[in-house]
Write a protein that binds this ligand. Structure first.
Ligand code: ADP
Ligand code: MG
Length: 273
């Protein structure tokens, strides 16, 4: 009789926990009850343990949602970034930025460097840190944002898109400079950057030094106004080293050559043979 009531209680408890939206407690309450009983943990200790697990899981799920909403092309972490391969990048500054305090001060970051020097990786890594700290982040390739802005303008939905951008705490603009913008595109882009000014942090990556930004925005007045906003409270990171992709490809090639040499009895490979 008692056993039957206990079984009904478990079912009822689980139903209530579902209704209350506490999935982790629901999944773990029976196991935790057994563990706490055998370890002589009292009722409050049991409840505390379950609350902590629910909160930890809730935090993890929220971070996952924020990462998904940020639409990173690939989820890249700063932990996987090899700073020794790109010594020109200011490592202490990047690690400082990883703490996300610049977001509270609405400061921006500009990453300048040649293709393959890890700009997108670092920008995504900073975005990931921000997601982990509960910030709203959105990653755009500049061409993608331009397309969205121009389409929204056609559909008279520009206000909605601007409002969405306005709710962000970090806006990542990747690959500024690969494609020149049309005049309307350049003005829309300037509008996004000037609206973000002192409200939303921007992380921008570019292969173009500032003096060549007219190639993208078309005229000097717009470049001056854009740079004025972007660089007012800004951290500049420059990667002057060589492309990581190229270096990796070269390393792979020489590894393959070495392997071929080993297959041939460990001798120095003879390419003419
Ligand atoms: P960029 O945006 O400057 O063109 P990416 O960030 O796209 O360069 O880097 C190209 C590839 O090389 C990516 O897969 C990136 O993860 C990797 N990569 C670049 N630099 C490093 C590095 N220092 N450590 C680890 N991976 C790197
Ligand atoms: Mg890139």
């Amino acid at each position: 009789m008692r056993k039957r009531r206990a079984a009904t209680d478990v079912l009822l408890v689980k139903q209530h926990l579902s209704d209350l939206g506490l999935p982790t407690i629901k999944a773990e309450c029976e196991q935790a009850a057994r563990e706490c009983a055998s370890a002589n943990v009292d009722h409050l200790g049991f409840l505390l343990r379950l609350c902590e697990r629910e909160l930890a899981d809730r935090g993890r799920r929220a971070t996952e949602r924020r990462i998904k909403a940020a639409r990173f092309p690939q989820v890249k972490s700063l932990d996987d970034f090899d700073f020794t391969a790109q010594p020109s990048l200011n490592r202490p500054l990047i690690l400082e930025l990883a703490r996300c305090e610049y977001l509270g001060r609405r400061e921006s970051v500009i990453l300048v460097g040649n293709p393959g020097t890890g700009k997108t990786h670092v920008a995504s890594g900073l975005g990931l840190c921000a997601c982990q700290r509960g910030k709203k982040v959105r990653f755009f390739r500049v061409t993608e944002l331009l397309t969205q802005l121009l389409e929204a303008r056609e559909d008279r939905a520009l206000g909605r898109l601007r409002a969405q951008l306005g709710r962000l705490e970090l806006l990542i603009l990747d690959e500024f400079g690969y494609v020149p913008a049309s005049q309307v595109g350049a003005e829309l882009l300037f509008d996004v950057i000037s609206t973000a000014y002192e409200r939303t942090s921007v992380v921008l990556t570019t292969n173009l030094p500032f003096e060549r930004w007219t190639e993208v925005l078309g005229n000097e007045r717009l470049v001056a106004a854009t740079l004025d906003r972007l660089t007012h409270h800004c951290h500049l990171l420059e990667a002057t080293g060589e492309s990581y992709r190229l270096k990796e490809a070269r390393r792979r090639q020489s590894g393959q050559r070495r392997n071929r040499g080993e297959e041939g009895g460990g001798e120095v490979p003879n390419h003419r043979a």
